[in-house]
Design a binder for this molecule. Structure first.
Ligand code: ADP
Ligand code: MG
Length: 674
């Protein structure tokens, strides 16, 4: 047997492959591997059936073209013999066979032999073998793809292969007997597996390649002289290339009432037939197999379909041929060449991959979300008939889990969800960035104004106080001067707040018991009688690093706002808890709540809804800045609509307990960084 099967018969043109998995689905032996989303033919597993080349709509699977080597043969001065497969009338139905032979001869072939004659001999030899071995169960061996399939995937059945050569090899042996051992033999047919079948044939080209050679050499039916086959000419067995053709040539049929013969052709049928033959389910004598639905459907034909039209072309040709056949001459040739050796020896070449363990298969299935039997959709989108087979192929390194469409779609959905989530996070980050930017600008502006105002304001305050003290208590201007003092003090407070907000700040972190600290904040403000205060602490470790002075401002500002929002009384709840490595302080009230439009503005400096003289609108912007300096986050939820339930506001502040803070307890921040 030829060692050529290890050569690449079929390969992928990577740029053209769109990874539709059609080739995987159509390959009867799963010799196509998907790596990094690219389909690749594994030549060691390939049986050369060429199914993938037939089904690839992108023409990404191609078989080796050897026409160049044939041209070299034709120009090297040696005698070259063409052995023409009997399927040619299905390809060249538009021209007479004499024109075709004329064209082949014009290419430079000295002789054109009819493989139909080799088929006549082979048919006779099969008949003879079956008569002489009536109890032996046999499988036909003239289709090279079937022979490879058995040698690679059912090596135990190699002995069942009929030990007779194919019509191609028979014709080559006849050619050598006739024209000498050193002639160059080129087979022309519809099959690509033939390219690797036997080293008794020097080159094999398909009909497609032959057409290209005619084109290259500018040979047309019009510019050649008609020619006949060189003898011996084939007879009845010229019907070989259609399914059951050989049986017809042997005067046999697969009629179960007459013979124990089963015919199977095409990728699904031949595999099933071999499996059943191996299992011993059928009591038959002979399995007649073809990988394609007759050689006329081979991948080397220009037209991949039209089985019935092609069958008709062959029938018409054979009928006409038999009418014109010189029977006497045929018989003489038959007798002359029958005594040659037509035997063929086949050897096993096991290419099976050991099946992975059930546990490994189960793991792969689980990783693709196929945990229950109903998850096994067996949709075939991956190219494998079942999810189970796909899992095995993944373990064998032939497939990837991304080939599973439902799995990939789900992954895509998850990615979209994650992307949406990131988008939301990004939007909220953008919002707080805007807020920070606004605060930074305001901070610079405020710092400037406050600085300029502070000195003249100091003078006004000082002199108004002196004036107030110097004037007798009952002086008529006492009331006016008191008002000046009061308002000047108020201005000082505002400017002080502004400076506080805008100054360069240092955070001095001190390990603090936050539960005790919360209680202190409450003690430092005036709580009206109608307001109930609750501190709820749910913490195993209350220690946290904070700047005590600043944190006092944070909490008291929020608490004061809460109290001011509950003029008719209510509850102020401080909740302390741990979330992962953070501490969360929530301060909630049952007050009036904040409207949706105001909620966006509360951190803006000078935003206040309080009456003149009551609020400065600097409290929460200060809070925001300090929280950011502690690397924390502040959020606010509020309901101001009583129809939607209890009104009130809840501020949640989350700060990290922070390892970095623990190691390096003092951190300097520029307040206008936030
Ligand atoms: P001020 O208290 O001086 O008005 P803040 O910056 O402390 O300034 O607060 C800004 C505004 O946010 C307040 O005027 C008020 O409208 C609103 N606000 C803050 N906290 C609350 C709360 N707990 N309930 C209702 N409104 C609040
Ligand atoms: Mg306030």
């Amino acid at each position: 047997m030829s060692a050529l099967i290890n050569n690449e018969l079929v390969y992928t043109v990577k740029d053209l492959c769109r990874v539709c998995y059609t080739c995987v689905r159509e390959c009867p032996v799963k010799a196509i591997k998907i790596i990094n989303g690219q389909a690749e033919v594994i030549s060691a597993r390939c049986i050369g059936c060429g199914n993938c080349t037939k089904v690839c709509s992108q023409k990404a699977k191609v078989f080796v073209n050897t026409s160049q080597q044939v041209f070299e043969f034709l120009n090297n001065g040696k005698t070259t013999v063409a052995c023409l497969a009997p399927s040619f009338p299905a390809e060249f139905h538009d021209i007479s066979y004499t024109k075709l032979i004329g064209m082949i001869k014009k290419l430079g072939f000295k002789y054109v032999l009819d493989v139909g004659f080799g088929a006549d001999i082979v048919a006779y030899k099969y008949h003879e073998y079956m008569v002489m071995n009536p109890t032996k169960k046999t499988i036909s061996s003239d289709c090279p793809a079937i022979v490879y399939y058995i040698r690679h995937y059912h090596p135990e059945l190699v002995d069942s292969l009929t030990p007779i050569c194919s019509p191609m090899v028979a014709t080559a042996r006849i050619a050598k007997a006739q024209f000498g051992q050193d002639v160059q033999i080129v087979f022309i047919g519809p099959c690509i597996a033939k390219k690797a079948e036997s080293d008794e044939i020097h080159q094999v080209i398909t009909f497609k390649e032959l057409r290209n050679m005619f084109h290259t050499a500018s040979i047309t039916p019009e510019n050649v002289i008609d020619a006949e086959f060189d003898s011996p000419i084939g007879g009845k067995a010229s019907i070989f290339p259609v399914t059951r053709g050989k049986l017809y040539s042997m005067n046999k049929s697969d009629d179960i009432s007459e013979e124990n013969i089963i015919v199977a052709s095409g990728k699904t049928h031949f595999k099933e037939a071999i499996k059943e033959f191996e299992d011993g389910l059928n009591k038959l004598q002979h399995l007649e197999l073809l990988c394609c639905e007759g050689c006329i459907m081979g991948p080397g034909m220009t037209e991949p379909n039209k089985l019935y039209t092609k069958t008709t072309f062959i029938r018409n040709y054979v009928r006409e041929k038999l009418q014109q056949l010189n029977k006497h001459e045929w018989e003489q040739h038959f007798k002359k060449y029958l005594n040659l050796d037509y035997s063929q020896h086949f050897t096993p070449a096991d290419r099976r991959i050991p099946k992975p363990s059930n546990e490994a298969i189960e793991n792969i299935l689980n990783s693709m979300g196929k945990k229950k039997p109903e998850d096994h959709l067996n949709c075939g989108a991956c190219g494998y008939d079942t999810c189970y087979e796909h899992a095995i192929a993944i373990l064998e390194g032939l497939a990837e889990s991304e080939m599973c469409l439902p799995f990939t779609i789900e992954k895509l959905h998850n990615s979209i969800k994650e992307l949406n989530l990131s988008n939301e996070k990004l939007a909220s980050a953008q919002l707080s960035l805007k807020q920070s930017e606004k605060l930074a600008t305001m901070g610079q502006l405020s710092a400037g104004i406050a600085h300029e105002l502070n000195n003249p304001l100091g003078i006004i305050t000082m002199y108004s106080h002196i004036l107030k003290e110097e004037l007798p208590a009952d002086h008529p201007l006492q009331k006016d001067i008191s008002l000046i003092v009061e308002q000047a003090d108020r201005c000082k407070k505002i400017v002080g707040g502004l400076l506080n907000f805008a100054r360069k700040n240092q955070v001095n972190l001190v390990e603090t018991n936050i539960i005790k600290f919360a209680q202190q904040t409450i003690n430092s403000i005036i709580i009206p009688e109608n307001i109930k205060v609750e501190i709820v602490a749910n913490m195993t470790n209350p220690m946290v690093y904070i700047d005590n002075d600043q944190w006092m401002q944070v909490m008291t500002n929020i608490e004061k706002n809460a109290i001011e929002a509950m003029p008719n009384g209510g509850t102020l709840t401080i909740n302390l808890q741990e979330i992962d490595h953070d501490v969360e302080i929530s301060i909630a009230d049952t007050g009036t709540g904040i409207s949706k439009e105001n909620l966006e503005k509360i951190y803006t400096p000078f935003f206040t809804t309080k009456p003149m003289g009551k609020g400065t609108g600097l409290g929460l912007s200060l809070v925001y800045g300090i929280v950011k300096m502690h690397r924390g986050q502040i959020t606010c939820e509020s309901n101001d609509d009583p129809t939607k339930g209890q009104t009130g506001t809840c501020f949640k502040i989350r700060i990290p307990r922070n390892k970095m803070f623990n190691q390096n307890k003092s951190y300097t921040y520029e307040s206008n960084e936030y």
